[in-house]
Write a protein of this length. Structure first.
Lengths: 108, 132
């Protein structure tokens, strides 16, 4: 799979309840996507609003048979997923390159 | 040490205010040079309770106010968040499912007083996390 066929969704800053509508709109399975790379590398804070939307999105993508890789560069976000009991629920990477390698392998 | 210092803020429950309250709490905590991870966890737990208040904190007459108080109690950090809504009902209808579980993992204790509105008291063991 080429990088061009991977849909990249990037969110940055603080992902909390005040941005729920924006997060929900961004994490959207439109149909026809081959793979998703969710780039949270520039997120500085996240709460359960982001977790809930990520869980919903991940389920929608799984139902459509589309692999998802998540890039997280913030230890607070990583710890949040652990607290939510979701530390192993997603394919999480600390760089885009690693996520792209994963997605290439999933769809080769 | 936090000592007798106290942060007390109240405002209308509005999603746009949650961030401001959290930032104010962060500025208060940073003064005491607490461990970064500890501060992040306190902010996360407090943010979850604040978000819950914003979502379901309005009283029967639509009155909507949230108050955050942070202070030291017996060497621990106490964060009280009060609003006019009913906690049990909001948990039932929330559907988000993660918030309170996250709070309980972070705080040493969580007490919910729902007799008049809702007051959530979180105690954090700041002594164990304080930088030397």
């Amino acid at each position: 799979m080429s990088a061009q066929s991977i849909s990249v969704i990037k969110l940055s800053g603080e992902l909390e309840i005040g941005r729920r509508a924006e997060i929900r709109a961004a994490l959207h399975v439109g149909g026809g996507e081959k793979a998703f790379l969710i780039d949270f590398s520039e997120v500085t804070y996240a709460d359960s609003t982001a977790v809930a939307e990520l869980v919903r999105f991940h389920a929608e993508a799984a139902a459509a048979g589309v692999p998802v890789a998540v890039v997280i560069g913030n230890r607070q976000f990583a710890r949040l997923l652990q607290y939510a009991g979701l530390g192993d629920a997603f394919a999480i990477f600390d760089s885009r390159a690693a996520a792209l390698t994963f997605l290439s392998g999933k769809t080769a | 040490m936090i000592g007798k210092s106290e942060l007390r803020i109240s405002c209308a429950t509005d999603a746009s205010r949650v961030r401001s309250l959290r930032h104010a709490l962060e500025e208060f905590l940073r003064v005491f040079r607490l461990d970064d991870e500890f501060v992040e966890d306190v902010l996360l737990a407090s943010g979850e309770v604040l978000a819950n208040a914003v979502e379901h904190g309005a009283g029967a007459e639509g009155w909507s106010q949230v108050e955050l108080v942070a202070r030291g109690i017996d060497g621990m950090l106490a964060v009280d968040i009060s609003d006019s809504g009913r906690f049990i009902e909001r948990e039932r209808v929330s559907g988000r499912g993660f918030g309170l579980g996250i709070v309980r993992q972070i705080a040493r204790s969580v007490t919910i007083d729902a007799r008049e509105g809702t007051r959530v008291r979180m105690l954090f063991d700041s002594r164990l996390n304080q930088q030397t």
